[in-house]
Design a protein around this ligand. Structure first.
Ligand SMILES: NC(=O)C1=CN([C@@H]2O[C@H](COP(=O)(O)OP(=O)(O)OC[C@H]3O[C@@H](n4cnc5c(N)ncnc54)[C@H](OP(=O)(O)O)[C@@H]3O)[C@@H](O)[C@H]2O)C=CC1
Ligand SMILES: CCCCCCCCCCCCCCCC(=O)[C@@H](N)CO
Length: 331
């Protein structure tokens, strides 16, 4: 009994020694490049970084959307030095590497080297596996995963040289647990997790931190345009719908601190701690929660899974009934 009570104390002491984070990053004067910066989470991240004194580059495909976004971000600039401004970079993150490199180098010539890269450009697709065209698997991987790889390849060597930087990947709760409809999408978000885990270990001695963000459903133009199966909606509703600025503020807060995992809300907290696996942990408190809560949270998780199976079954029965009714009407 005594040992059980002592365990948390030992854990805190050990992790207070082991948990290591780089020094906080000062956003004032830092060049922040945000892919997917013209909409949703990326756009809100841009505003938050502008408020904290960063120089902003918004990258996305549509130039007109970028120009509108620039006007939205500009009022948030703090006037941190006369150079603080918002630049736009029309760029498809799924283009050949040379194009991406040329685009980013061009913007670095104007605003200086990229200190913070936020990989937020992403597309979603939700349909049952057999209703997902094979091309979708490739398209999503190219944009969500390889797009992040490519942009990171361009800026990382410079960050290493300067011994300063942050790389952020916007994954998803669908990158922690996959649910009905997300066969193509989830794989890209899990892939980001594999990439982030490797990268953080490689760059840590260079005073660079990697942050991976796991947002739940977030109210953005992209989210509103999604056409999802009923199952996907009902299951994802479990962890609620978050406002984009709330998620964005969380991302920026964790990135500045050099926190590896960025999570939001109670379900985000539970999911993050339960699925930590061998992910790094650089906060003493999170380490303590993981050690103490992982197995009780597994029980909660199993109960959720049971209810998700119930949702899938109900939706299937409902669909079959509707089908039977229409064919009876046609007969
Ligand atoms: N909203 C949500 O519920 C959640 C979203 N996420 C993730 O967060 C990220 C942002 O999502 P959200 O804010 O909803 O996105 P939106 O759909 O609102 O915006 C997507 C942004 O990415 C850009 N983009 C899309 N494709 C490319 C491309 N090939 N190259 C460059 N830019 C591109 C878009 O501009 P343009 O089209 O002009 O290129 C736009 O700026 C995504 O990675 C998404 O998967 C994660 C969890 C939940
Ligand atoms: C103890 C454990 C508790 C777990 C409860 C969690 C329930 C999981 C729900 C999965 C949600 C998937 C959201 C995807 C959002 C997204 O990426 C799309 N909107 C893309 O646009």
């Amino acid at each position: 009994m005594f040992l059980v009570m002592l365990a948390p104390v030992v854990i805190i002491v050990v992790f207070a020694i082991v948990a290591s984070r780089p020094a906080r990053l000062r956003l004032r004067g830092a060049h922040v490049l945000i892919t997917g910066g013209s909409s949703g989470i990326g756009l809100e991240i841009a505003k938050e970084c502008a408020r904290q004194g960063g120089f902003i580059t918004l990258a996305a495909r549509s130039k007109s959307k970028l120009e509108e976004a620039k006007l939205e971000v500009e009022p948030h600039l703090q006037g941190g030095g006369e150079r603080q401004c918002v630049m736009i970079l029309p760029l498809d993150v799924s283009a050949p590497y040379d194009e991406i490199e040329a685009g980013i180098r061009g913007i670095e010539e104007k605003l200086g080297p990229v200190d913070v890269l936020i990989n937020s450009a992403g597309i979603s697709y939700a349909k049952a596996f057999e209703d997902t065209p094979v091309e979708k698997f490739e398209e999503l991987m190219k944009v969500n995963y390889l797009g992040s790889v490519n942009c990171t390849q361009v800026v990382l060597p410079g960050m290493k040289q300067r011994k300063k930087g942050r790389i952020v990947f916007i994954s998803s709760q669908a990158g922690q647990t996959s649910v009905f409809g997300y066969s193509a999408y989830s794989a890209t978000k899990f892939a980001l997790r594999g990439l982030a885990e490797t990268l953080q270990m490689e760059v840590k001695p260079h005073n660079i931190a990697v942050t991976i963000s796991f947002p739940p459903d977030t109210d953005t133009p992209g989210f509103r345009a999604e056409d999802k199966p009923e199952e996907t909606n009902l299951i994802a509703e479990t962890s609620g719908l978050f406002a984009a600025d709330v998620v964005a503020k969380g991302v920026v807060r964790d990135m500045v601190k050099g926190e590896y995992m960025s999570i939001y809300g109670l379900d985000g907290f539970m999911l993050g701690h339960m699925t930590a696996g061998m992910a790094p942990c650089n906060s003493t408190l999170s380490a303590l929660f993981q050690v103490l809560l992982m197995s009780p949270l597994r029980i909660v998780g199993l109960a959720y899974l049971k209810s998700f199976d119930g949702i899938v079954l109900k939706c299937m029965q409902k669909r079959e009934k509707a089908k039977a009714a229409t064919s009876a009407k046609n007969d």
